[in-house]
Ligand binder design. Sequence first.
Ligand code: GRF
Length: 212
Amino acid sequence: MDRPLRVAALASGRGSNLAALIAARLPVEFVLVGSDKAKAGALTVAAEAGIPTVHVSPRDFADRVSFDRALFGKVAEAKPDLLVLAGYMRIIDASVVADWEGRAINIHPSLLPKYRGLHTHRQCLDAGDTEHGASVHFVTAELDGGPVIAQARIPVMPGDTEDALAERLLVEEHRLLPAVVKAIASGRLGWSNGPTFDNQSLSSPLSLRTLL
Ligand code: GRF
């Protein structure tokens, strides 16, 4: 590609992953940040970086699919090459997700396929795992179920609490997400009926180390 990768992001929360992505100064152009929450910190992060923002409220729509069509329609209008879900906390209708095959990624705070959905740190502690981590995966209709691209791992320490684990993992998330977007921007990572890395089909997740 002879122009910077056009990146859009959706986020529902404070936006620390978005902030890390912006701070990484990758050769990408951020074309839009959208949220389902008017007060999402992510919208402030984006506005402060001079990135166009959009808020679409689910309350203004009769059902999920009409909301999804409206929000993802706004994203499509910005013509991104890549859509990053950076703490976007809503389930997306399968018909809408289908339009983004191979072009949307999500960051999830667990070593997928372990612990899809919410409360991943608690689930990790409850299971007595000695290791925790974060995954970036391609988005499919299955919640947190698309092909995993790369993972960052941290040890679980004796006496760890949910908050302590979340805080330590967030540091790794902030390295993992920019590393994956960088690999997509450089063309190393792509999609051809499934994830590809250096033109080979990617059969198991990369480690963060491989991407740094
Ligand atoms: C992160 O833990 C991310 O993995 C999860 O939601 C959280 C978002 O945090 N999907 P932030 O809004 O990026 O600070």
